[in-house]
Design a protein around this ligand. Structure first.
Ligand code: FE2
Length: 371
């Protein structure tokens, strides 16, 4: 029987103090959660007789995990994100919220604000010589009636298994679009067939999976948020048929009802893929139901580039020019005439709350319909 002191009154009081229960400040929910983390960590250390070496190895691991930005990957790989889906399913079943397209994990690679278009969109920028993919389907309610004006927010990897934004070699929002369904609830997209991908081979997630004797591969898949006024927000993925990892996904995202049957077609113009997939949404029972859970992403940034060479660059009556916001414009004369080139990259801070991701809600002078 391992030695245990964690349940003594003295240690429990000590953990309560460490979790902030001795003061009137801070956040009560946070205190409750941290207390439980301390209690359960202590119990784990005692029950499994964790050695000092093991403990400090784990601390070092967490530092490296955060340093590589892979915490989201590890929670997918250890099945915790899938567990959250199963728990949500069980809660839904308890209150009779059943039917429709199954949810599955979001993963850590969504970027908000992809270009919005009506009915159809091309997702790829034409620079990746992948197999063209024509994807279409409808957004329906549980009775099979079309939902017009639903937003199909779609994102997927390129042929190297990499996502734009995180892979800075791709153009902005490449393979990311929001498509508004037409009167028949239809959406259509042209893109390229995505590749499956694995955890970075030299990263801490793969290091953990190696120790567990597991691979870190995902089948080719396409991510979606489907939303419409009056309907429950759906986070899901289509996992592509024929992929060797379809039912052996390290992140456990493939589910019955989420396999997309890809048809490869050869014709005079070459080879392309066709994929048809429709979504069915449950009715919302509250306004919150219509929203994605607000896991923090990146802080909204309002800014300007002020153009180099302008006489008012540093003499702006509105004082908007700042260090770091001067865009160096290069004017180029060539055979086709004169043009300007301007390269400017943005760096975002991580959001610490859902509010952080939004522009402050001041009244707008001009609200463009549908914008
Ligand atoms: Fe993904």
């Amino acid at each position: 029987m391992p030695l245990s002191i964690s349940r003594t009154a003295e240690i429990q009081t000590f953990f309560q103090e460490a979790a902030g229960f001795g003061n009137e400040h801070g956040n009560p929910r946070m205190k409750q959660i941290v207390l439980r983390v301390l209690q359960d960590t202590a119990k784990l250390i005692e029950d499994l007789e964790i050695t000092d070496d093991e403990f400090w190895t784990a601390v070092d691991y967490l530092n490296r995990l955060g340093g590589r930005g892979e915490a989201g990957l590890l929670v997918a790989g250890l099945g915790i994100e899938h567990f959250l889906d199963l728990l949500s399913d069980a809660k839904d079943a308890e209150v009779g919220k059943t039917g429709g397209t199954p949810r599955t994990i979001e993963g850590p690679l969504y970027v908000a604000g992809a270009p919005l278009s009506k009915g159809e969109a091309r997702l790829d920028d034409g620079r990746d010589p992948g197999t063209p993919m024509f994807l279409e389907g409808r957004v329906l309610d549980l009775d099979g009636k079309p939902i017009a004006g639903a937003i199909v927010d779609v994102w997927h990897a390129n042929t190297k298994g990499l996502y734009s934004y995180f892979d800075q070699s791709q153009s902005a929002y490449n393979l990311r679009r929001r498509i508004v369904t037409d009167a028949q609830g239809r959406y259509r997209a042209r893109s390229i067939v995505p590749s499956g991908y694995g955890c970075p081979a030299d990263g801490p997630t793969q290091e953990c999976l190696d120790r567990l004797g597991r691979h870190g591969q995902r089948p080719a898949h396409i991510h979606f948020f489907i939303s419409a006024p009056g309907y429950r927000h759906l986070t899901t993925q289509i996992n592509l048929s024929g992929d060797q990892y379809l039912w052996d996904d390290f992140a456990y995202a493939t589910r019955d009802g989420l396999v997309g049957e890809v048809n490869f077609v050869e014709d005079a113009s070459g080879r392309h893929a066709e994929l048809e997939f429709s979504f069915q949404l449950q009715k919302a029972t509250s306004a919150d139901d219509e929203q994605r859970s607000p896991a923090p992403g990146y802080r909204h940034l309002t800014t300007q580039i002020n153009l180099s060479g302008d006489q008012y660059l540093w003499d702006d009556f509105a004082y908007a020019t700042r260090d770091g916001l001067v865009g160096e414009v290069n004017f180029v004369e060539d055979a086709s005439g004169r043009h300007a080139e301007l390269e400017f990259s943005f760096q975002l801070q991580k959001a610490t709350s859902a509010d952080d991701e939004q522009r402050s809600q001041r009244p707008r002078a001009l609200q463009v319909q549908g914008a």
